[in-house]
Design a protein. Sequence first.
Length: 243
Amino acid sequence: MNSATTFMITIAFCAVHLFVGRLHFLDAMPRSRWLSGAGGVAVAYVFLHILPELAAHARMLDERTPLGSHLAEIAAYGMGLAGLTVFYGVERRVTASKDTNDALADRELFALHIGTNAVLAAILVYLLERDVEDDPLVLAIYGAAVALHFLSADFGSREHHPRLYDRYGRWVLIGATLIGWGGAMVVELPELWISGLVAFVGGAVVLVTLKEELPAERESRFLPFLVGAASYAGLIAAQKALV
């Protein structure tokens, strides 16, 4: 793997965490077309990259464990369900706390929210180094999809807790992003573990993306979402055709 290239992509991710609060054009109603487009890319990434890897993870479990094909398939997709469920639980707690006047409880929920997002960021960057093909085009496509996911997720986190995000949250996310890259430099997890992380991340990304797009009060834009998803699908198709 070209570590210099993945490090530069990692720095770009850190820039998203750091400067999302200054992108004032995103703070619009109806929802910014850029955020809806980013959501489309993130969902396309899950369906065109993560789900095929889930199928491969199921085959690997079947071959390397005594589960059998049916239980291996349930275990593989169950990891995706686990990722979605964990992040759904956190988002529900944060949303339910919006009307509270308890500053301490609000800070605790913010820590939970940012903490789970930081774990997701670290895993995504680890997979950039350990799971993505060492090809400039593939790295660029993956990097763009993850950067746009971070853009949408960070904007949502800051929307709930703007002051706490600017003071603490973005630095936690930057630290987690760098830890993910550094961890990939020194720790090589077994292939079975990596495929499990891919499955967990897939469920998490689907939840984080759709919870930003679906609520009626956000007045999300369908056309930019569609363009984002179709554009990413076209890039994936072009990359596969060139292989």
